[in-house]
Design a protein around this ligand. Structure first.
Ligand code: NI
Ligand code: MN
Length: 226
């Protein structure tokens, strides 16, 4: 499975030959200037919640690629009004079988409003299951007991968790989350983009290692096989 990091909370995973792009926020990210937004391919765009640092480039990429936008009902409706008819609305606890595998929309503890302040539904995360493997992207969230349900009933190959603190979990909570979801391979996101979420990379990796866990921090634009 190929995983590419585009900065902040934006990443792409290739699942069964389909390109899944998560939370595109690139053109507004000073740190992601090296990424050519108009060269990114996508078959699906999954959006965790309504904040600008997760959906700023959805319209631009969806209109160019024709990718299907998968998110909660409110966010899919919002993009529908912007002319993106190819959407798939979900809500918490529900799952759907796509041509690459199954997506379940799960709880996150955070807020969610559109850049204009209007209601964007409740924030969420995604569990993506395919013949290849299952992974979890929590979206912006606090550490939550709901993660224990995921650990109990899913077999995760890896998880993508925010580690920047202040707006979401920090490293300390992400380590506990990794216990809750019973997954020791974590890709860290949502750090360093703004002053509030700068972290010490070496310490974060060492803190995970001390608990027998692997924290993967990628350079912006880097692709790995996972
Ligand atoms: Ni947010
Ligand atoms: Mn965010």
């Amino acid at each position: 499975m190929q995983f590419t990091f585009y900065g902040h909370a934006c990443f792409a995973v290739e699942v069964e030959g389909k390109k899944l792009l998560f939370d595109p926020f690139i053109s507004g990210n000073e740190k992601a200037k090296s990424i050519a937004v108009d060269a990114i391919e996508a078959d699906y765009i999954l959006v965790s919640h309504g904040h600008e640092d997760h959906l700023a480039d959805v319209e631009r990429i969806a209109k160019r690629t024709g990718a299907k936008v998968v998110s909660n009902f409110e966010i899919v409706t919002y993009f529908g009004k912007k002319g993106i008819e190819n959407g798939h609305p979900m809500n918490h606890g529900g799952s759907w079988n796509f041509d690459f595998g199954t997506v379940k929309y799960v709880n996150a503890i955070h807020s969610s409003s559109f850049p204009d302040g209007s209601y964007a539904g409740n924030p969420g995360g995604f569990i993506v299951s395919s013949k290849e493997k299952t992974f979890y992207y929590s979206g912006d969230t606090a550490l939550t007991m709901d993660m224990k349900l995921i650990g109990e009933y899913e077999k995760l190959a890896f998880a993508v968790l925010p580690i920047g603190n202040n707006f979401t979990m920090g490293v300390k909570e992400a380590i506990i989350a990794s216990d809750f979801i019973k997954c020791n391979k974590i890709i860290g996101i949502h750090y360093d983009t703004f002053g509030y979420i700068e972290i010490d990379h070496k310490k974060a990796i060492a803190d995970f290692k001390a608990r027998g866990k692997e924290l993967i921090l990628l350079n912006i634009g880097q692709t790995i096989e996972i």
